[in-house]
Design a protein around this ligand. Structure first.
Ligand SMILES: NC(=O)c1ccc[n+]([C@@H]2O[C@H](COP(=O)([O-])OP(=O)(O)OC[C@H]3O[C@@H](n4cnc5c(N)ncnc54)[C@H](O)[C@@H]3O)[C@@H](O)[C@H]2O)c1
Length: 260
C-alpha cells in the first residue's frame, strides 16, 4: 500500500511548519508549500517542498497534480497559509487588507477547488480523505482591530461548513481549526485589546497536534461529524460560551475583551 500523503500550505514557518514536521515524524509523505523559499529550504529532507503562492490558482492546481502524479494519492490537504493585519480598520492600508483577503480567502478557495478531484479519487481508492482549514477563534465573533482578518476566517468557517455537507457523499471530510492566539511569527509586533486581555498561550506544536488528531478523531467526534475544532482551553470556552449565551452577551464580552 502506498504512503499516506499530505499537502500543507504556508509550511515554511509557524503552524504549517510544525504540522509538516509532525506528519513527517509519523512516516507520512509530506509536501510543504510556501512563498518563502529560504524557510522551505531549512526543512529536513523528510519533507518534500515546493514554492507555491496560494493566490495563484493555476500554480495551486499544478502543484497538487504534480504531487499526485508522484505519490498516487492526496489523503489530506491543510489550507494553512495566512496573513494577519492588525490595527484600527480605517487606518490600515487598503492594499495590505486586500492581500490579506487574497491569501486567507482566495487561497483557501483555490486549494479546495484544486484538491477536490484528487481527494475524491483518494477517498474512492482508500476509504477517506480530509481537508483541514486553519480558521481561528476570531471566526466566533468579529474582532475589533482584527476586523478584516476576522472576516476572512468567517469565510473559512462558512466554506468549511458547506463543503463538509457537500463532500460527504464523496467520502471527503472537511474540518477547520479554531485556535486563539498562537506564538508564531504572525503575532510578532501585534498588540490588540484582545491579545492584551487574553495573552498568547498556544505554541505551533499544539495546533499541529490538533491537525494530526483531525486525521483520526475520537469515535464520538467522528460519529457526530464535528466540523469546528477549537484548539486550547480558551478557544474551547469561547466557542461553548458563544453557543449558549444570548447574542447581546456575546457582543458585550467581546467588546470588553477588545477594550473597545
Ligand atoms: N498565530 C496565530 O495566533 C493564529 C491563530 C489562529 C489561526 N491562525 C492561522 O494559522 C495559519 C498559520 O499561521 P501562523 O501563525 O503559522 O503564521 P506564520 O506567519 O508563522 O506562517 C504563515 C506562513 O504562510 C506563508 N504564506 C503567506 N502568504 C502566502 C502565500 N500567498 N502563499 C503561500 N504561503 C504563504 C508565510 O510565508 C508563512 O510561512 C494562518 O491561516 C493563521 O491565520 C494563526
Amino acid at each position: 500500500m502506498s504512503t499516506r500523503t499530505v499537502a500543507i500550505t504556508g509550511a515554511a514557518a509557524g503552524i504549517g511548519r510544525a504540522t509538516a514536521l509532525a506528519f513527517a515524524e509519523r512516516g507520512w509523505a509530506v509536501t510543504a508549500y510556501d512563498v518563502d523559499g529560504a524557510g522551505l529550504a531549512s526543512l529536513p529532507a523528510t519533507v518534500r517542498t515546493g514554492t507555491l503562492d496560494v493566490t495563484d490558482p493555476d500554480a495551486f492546481a499544478t502543484a497538487l497534480a504534480d504531487l499526485v502524479a508522484e505519490h498516487g494519492r492526496l489523503d489530506v490537504l491543510v489550507n494553512n497559509a495566512g496573513l494577519l493585519r492588525s490595527g484600527p480598520f480605517a487606518e490600515q492600508d487598503l492594499g495590505a487588507l486586500r492581500q490579506e483577503v487574497a491569501v486567507n480567502v482566495t487561497g483557501v478557495l483555490h486549494g479546495m477547488h484544486a484538491a477536490f478531484p484528487h481527494l475524491r479519487a483518494t477517498a474512492a481508492a482508500h476509504g477517506s480523505a480530509l481537508v483541514v482549514n486553519l480558521a481561528s477563534a476570531s471566526a466566533i465573533y468579529g474582532q475589533a482591530e482584527l476586523a478584516n482578518y476576522s472576516a476572512t476566517k468567517f469565510y473559512v468557517r462558512g466554506l468549511t461548513e458547506a463543503l463538509e455537507l457537500e463532500w460527504r457523499r464523496h467520502g471527503i471530510r472537511v474540518t477547520d481549526l479554531w485556535p486563539l492566539f498562537v506564538r508564531t511569527g504572525m503575532l510578532d509586533g501585534v498588540r490588540t485589546g484582545t491579545t492584551d486581555s487574553l495573552g498568547i498561550h498556544l505554541a505551533a506544536e499544539d495546533v499541529a497536534a490538533a491537525v494530526l488528531a483531525a486525521v483520526d478523531p475520537p469515535r464520538l467526534h467522528r460519529l457526530t461529524r464535528r466540523v469546528h475544532v477549537p484548539v486550547g482551553r480558551q478557544a474551547g470556552a469561547m466557542l461553548l460560551g458563544s453557543r449558549f449565551s444570548p447574542a447581546w452577551l456575546t457582543r458585550a464580552i467581546n467588546r470588553r475583551l477588545a477594550h473597545s
